[in-house]
Design a protein around this ligand. Structure first.
Ligand SMILES: NC(=O)c1ccc[n+]([C@@H]2O[C@H](COP(=O)([O-])OP(=O)(O)OC[C@H]3O[C@@H](n4cnc5c(N)ncnc54)[C@H](OP(=O)(O)O)[C@@H]3O)[C@@H](O)[C@H]2O)c1
Length: 163
């Protein structure tokens, strides 16, 4: 059983702007799907709102909100991170899907980071991944890719495990 964070993060720690992702990176969508399919994904309400087609198929979608009346078709709704983690304790692999608020709150509980490192900087972003100490994390795998006609920036898929 593992609690992982999965994120696309730029060189300056940026992850989002105006409620949306920084860029469209089709290679990451495939990577993200491979990793999360069949598992539990836990997200903040704003990230849920940003999903273009609602719940992501083939995964248990979990949304966290303080709004007691909030409903999310195709998802389970909880009102704190603790409540969500307790309710999914027997789910096997769980992935924190963001956004900034959720990554911050869950960071100390995560044992694994699935990072898609964007080799670009987004100075006007408004949402960031928490800063972390690299020496506390062991690199388990790394795949470097160059930009191509569909993916506008160089990027790396990196998996880190907490030491
Ligand atoms: N680069 C990536 O991989 C990635 C991934 C995901 C998201 N993003 C980006 O991140 C941005 C969204 O992040 P965000 O930080 O603004 O929002 P967020 O973390 O997605 O959601 C925040 C909301 O979650 C709820 N929440 C958070 N902590 C809670 C708690 N402890 N108890 C109850 N409810 C809680 C609250 O909902 P209520 O207001 O309803 O109470 C809060 O307003 C977007 O730009 C998105 O595109 C990027």
């Amino acid at each position: 059983m593992s609690l992982a964070a999965i994120v696309v993060v730029a060189e300056n720690g940026a992850i989002g702007k105006n409620g949306d992702l920084l860029c469209h990176l089709p290679a990451d969508l495939k990577h993200f799907k491979n990793i999360t399919m069949g598992h539990t994904i836990i997200m903040g309400r704003r990230t849920w709102d940003s999903l273009p087609k609602g719940a992501l198929p083939g995964r248990k979608n979990v949304v966290i909100t303080r709004n007691q009346h909030f409903t999310a078709p195709g998802a389970e709704v909880y009102h704190s991170l603790e409540e969500a983690l307790e309710a999914t304790a027997n789910d096997g692999d769980r992935y924190i899907l963001g956004g900034g608020m959720l990554y911050n709150e869950a960071f100390s509980l995560t044992d694994t980071l699935h990072l898609t490192l964007l080799h670009a900087s987004f100075p006007d972003a408004d949402t960031f991944f928490p800063e972390y100490d690299n020496s506390q994390w062991e690199e388990i795998s790394r795949e470097d890719h160059e930009a191509d006609e569909r993916n506008p920036y160089d990027y790396s898929f990196v998996e880190l495990r907490r030491r």
